[in-house]
Design a protein around this ligand. Structure first.
Ligand SMILES: *Cc1c(COP(=O)(O)O)cnc(C)c1O
Length: 391
């Protein structure tokens, strides 16, 4: 039998041979539209810092003040002695923003999904996921012990079939999907999904990781923009993307949050987030709702519009409705990697996204825009796409 070390070597060879090697890139600057990569400045089109809040002075100020008052570490889990004022203030702000009875903050969005699905579901229950749902929901669903079923991406007919089947299983049924999909930038047909889950007595968990901060009158997300927020039992998102800090959150009823506090292992058995990070997140949430947030959203949508028009003129297919994410799909992994390299030489950083993040035949460059990009940045990118990239 091969030893562990030998096996690791073979596993790594396999990854390399398949063209799927991944490695970390050290970035020596804050999260902005210009980053230094291998000693060279490039325009960054890969950050999820959609509103440019990660380096915003108001968030930095909130974090510094929290460090002064509460220190850096939270010292314990929330249920022991780590439940600090900044955590409570953030949760109150989130519940108010989202118009729900309560909110709960987790260390990351990834473990927030885990906490919800494992607390609400168990053997005998059914969880129905969109085919393109994020890895955090897939893993959480598996961990819950519930029966996992997958519906074709955004396919209401297929979802209804699974709901019909699930209704006969005798357990609880939960549908989970994203409002704006992380790798495709397209949207879930929320009204149809909400109607179906109500018709079949299921619950809905909606992941707004790429929509919170961006859509809706106060940037609450796509559910609020579509007037459906009040009909969705569980909304989750991250504090690490448009909000500009780190962490994950769940919004829902007081009962839901009470249940999570009592049952969610990823909440209970984990040290509370740093008070500085939670204070910064709260500053981000407040900023998003104010005049500055609105103006940043306006800037972002203008850039999105410019890129969509430029890409369409070059013959790229763009999602039906705008989002901050534009996938340029090549198909072959080697082609996507080559395009990434050429763009990098031209001064742009747009990583190739490959299997297993996306299907093998859908390797892509995932372009993300932020409010801090300028019209000039977009024009330069469109020019480079036209000159340097062949499909
Ligand atoms: C980023 C992301 C998460 C995880 O959030 P983190 O706070 O980064 O752990 C969950 N769902 C989706 C769709 C995401 O894109």
């Amino acid at each position: 039998m091969a030893g562990f070390g030998e096996q690791l070597g073979r596993d790594l060879d396999e990854i390399r041979d398949a063209g799927l090697w991944r490695e970390l890139r050290e970035i020596d600057s804050a999260q902005t539209t210009r980053i230094k990569l291998d000693g060279r400045e490039v325009i960054n089109f890969s950050s999820n810092d959609y509103l440019g809040l990660a380096g915003h002075p108001a968030l930095g100020q909130a974090a510094r003040e929290a460090v002064e008052q509460f220190g850096v570490g939270s010292g314990a889990s929330r249920l022991i002695c780590g439940s600090l004022q900044p955590h409570h203030a953030l949760e109150a702000a989130l519940a108010k923003w989202q118009g729900t009875g309560a909110a709960l903050v987790f260390s990351t969005g990834f473990v927030a999904a885990q906490g919800v699905l494992t607390s609400l579901l168990g053997r005998g229950d059914v969880v129905i996921l969109d085919k393109k749902a994020h890895a955090s929901m897939i893993d959480a669903a598996k961990l819950s012990g519930a029966t996992l079923r997958v519906f074709r991406h955004n396919d209401l007919e297929n979802l209804e079939k699974l709901l019909q089947w699930a209704a006969g299983q005798g357990g609880r049924v939960l549908v989970a999907t994203e409002s704006v999909f992380s790798m495709d930038g397209d949207r879930a047909p929320l009204a149809g999904i909400v109607e179906l889950k109500e018709r079949y007595g299921a619950w809905l968990m909606l992941d707004e990781a790429h929509a919170a901060g961006l859509y809706g009158p106060l940037g609450q997300g796509l559910a609020a923009a579509d007037g459906l927020a009040g009909r969705i039992e569980i909304r989750m998102s991250t504090l690490g993307k448009a909000v500009g800090a780190a962490g994950g959150f769940i919004c829902g009823s007081r009962q839901l949050v009470d249940l999570l506090v009592n049952k969610a292992r990823s909440f209970i058995f984990s040290t509370a987030p740093s008070p500085a990070v939670s204070a910064a997140a709260r500053a981000g949430v407040e900023l998003i709702q104010g005049a500055e947030g609105q103006s940043l959203r306006g800037q972002l949508w203008q850039r999105v519009d410019e890129l969509r028009r430029g890409a369409a003129l070059l013959g790229w297919k763009t999602p039906a409705e705008p989002s901050a994410i534009l996938p340029l799909i090549f198909g072959g992994e080697a082609k996507a990697l080559a395009a990434m390299e050429r763009l990098r030489e031209a001064g742009f950083f747009i990583p190739a996204i490959r299997y297993p993040t996306v299907p093998r035949t859908e390797a892509r460059l995932r372009v993300t825009l932020t409010a801090n990009h300028t019209a000039e940045d977009i024009q330069q990118l469109v020019n480079a796409l036209g000159q340097a990239v062949t499909r």
